[in-house]
Write a protein that binds this ligand. Structure first.
Ligand SMILES: Cc1cc2nc3c(=O)[nH]c(=O)nc-3n(C[C@H](O)[C@H](O)[C@H](O)COP(=O)(O)OP(=O)(O)OC[C@H]3O[C@@H](n4cnc5c(N)ncnc54)[C@H](O)[C@@H]3O)c2cc1C
Length: 409
């Protein structure tokens, strides 16, 4: 027997959950909206945790999507420091960590992702950090103030951004990655070369094509040992080793899970339980654009999916077809923006001046553009976006991508 009823239950206080609550309010959803989040803060933006907030240039309040008063004024009940412990999708009931049982009309699973922890020898030593929440950024910044040698594991955006931020604060950073170049998995070889050169030029040491083998030290970490046998002194280590969708609640509720490990959803983001949608890092949806199931861990995608789920709850059901957009900032050294449906395929067409730091890379597959990356040439992206979304056949007209008028394509 439920203690009370709400119209919409949103599980997870990240950007996807906040965007859903916001769109429900804008769409004049009739019932009470309850947004339940396990963290102490109201929903906030995670990107500053590796950038301005980590640098100490942006304070905690500036990271909030809205302050607590914003929700209160809109009759959105925000329960922070609260978890949904159990979801019964047949009875449409949720049990909260407060022991309260809430009956809901519709629900959103927006439980996000957790860091992927590496189980190597020495992983339990002190001085090893992961980064997901603002609290992790606080710990990294505090520790970095006294650390001489900082090692970052990974070649993706978290490790690159943290290395850039801490180097800008005057710290000595070394990155260890299996990739041949930083950011190359996502952005391709040309961009990888550019970011590798940029990081080196600014003083970051790069160890590429090598994997973390183990961490050594007596109580605290003192050394990183790589698969090739290299030993790197480390007073602290930051692991940028990816994230895994948080499906604990969904799995226990017997929601269908997908092939990427996320919550399996239809094209309009509904899960296998009627009236329960998913959005954000946890959502694996049947994408019309990608031609199959996909799960995307980007901020703007989480926001757009939260809004799309709200639209479906309000009665407008349509496939989620927005082209994924992602950006990364390496301190104030460079910003890269990316749109696309596929990570770094082999074929690249470059426009602009890579060495000068103003270029776009168009990724092609099967005669069509499937992704585009831009550094200092953001004006190229809308054209690329249009070509990717329309699936325009480009064969024989690639020269126009390099120096022609993209509008003519
Ligand atoms: C350091 C960092 C930097 C980033 N930088 C960028 C960037 O530059 N550009 C970009 O596009 N993306 C970036 N991202 C990725 C982006 O932030 C994520 O894609 C986005 O935050 C996902 O939002 P979400 O709402 O799906 O999940 P999350 O933000 O993970 O929020 C989910 C919330 O749900 C809570 N929760 C889980 N289970 C329960 C439960 N049972 N009950 C209650 N609450 C629960 C979690 O504690 C969490 O607070 C970055 C991520 C990180 C960590």
């Amino acid at each position: 027997m439920a203690d009370r009823e709400v119209g919409a239950l949103i599980v997870g206080g990240g950007v996807a959950g906040a965007a859903c609550a916001e769109a429900l309010h804008e769409g004049e959803f009739g019932g009470q909206v309850l947004l339940v989040g396990r963290e102490p803060d109201p929903p906030y933006e995670r990107p500053p945790a590796s950038k301005g907030y980590l640098a100490g240039a942006q304070d905690r309040d500036a990271c909030l999507i809205h302050d607590a008063g914003w929700y209160a004024k809109r009759s959105i009940e925000l329960a922070t420091r609260t978890s949904v412990m159990r979801l019964d999708t047949a009875a449409r009931e949720a049990t909260l960590s407060t022991k309260e049982v809430v009956e809901y009309g519709v629900a959103l699973i927006a439980t996000g992702a957790n860091v992927r922890r590496l189980r190597v020898d020495g992983a339990q030593l002190e001085g090893i950090h992961y980064l997901r929440a603002l609290g992790n950024a606080d710990a990294i910044r505090a520790h970095a103030e006294e650390a001489g040698d900082i090692v970052l594991i990974g070649g993706s955006y978290i490790a690159c951004e943290v290395a850039a931020t801490l180097t800008s604060l005057g710290r000595r950073c070394t990155m260890v990655m299996v990739e041949d170049a930083p950011l190359s998995t996502h952005f391709g070889a040309t961009a990888g070369g550019f970011f590798g050169a940029l990081l080196r030029e600014r003083g970051v040491e790069l160890v590429c094509g090598d994997a973390l083998e183990r961490l050594e030290g007596s109580q605290r970490v003192e050394r990183v040992v790589t698969a090739s046998g290299r030993e790197i002194a480390a007073d602290m280590v930051v692991m940028g080793t990816g994230a895994m969708p948080d499906v604990m609640l969904a799995r226990a509720a017997k929601l269908e899970l997908g092939e990427t490990g996320g919550v399996a959803c239809s094209a309009d983001l509904e899960t296998s339980a009627r009236g329960v949608w998913a959005a954000g890092d946890v959502c694996e949806y049947d994408s019309v654009l990608h031609g199959g199931p996909v799960r995307i861990e980007h901020f703007e995608v989480a926001r757009a999916q939260g809004r799309a789920a709200a639209a479906a709850m309000l009665g407008t059901r349509r496939p989620y077809e927005e082209l994924p957009y992602f950006w990364t900032d390496l301190s104030d050294w460079a910003t890269a923006e990316w749109v696309g449906i596929t990570e770094a395929p082999e074929r690249e067409v470059v426009r602009g001046d890579v060495d000068g730091g103003a270029f776009s890379v168009f990724h092609l597959a099967g005669g069509r553009m499937v992704a585009a990356l831009s550094v200092g040439r953001g004006g190229d992206l809308p054209h690329a976006q249009r070509l990717i979304a329309a699936g325009t056949e480009l064969s024989g007209r690639e020269a126009a991508l390099v120096d022609g008028d993209p509008d003519a394509l």
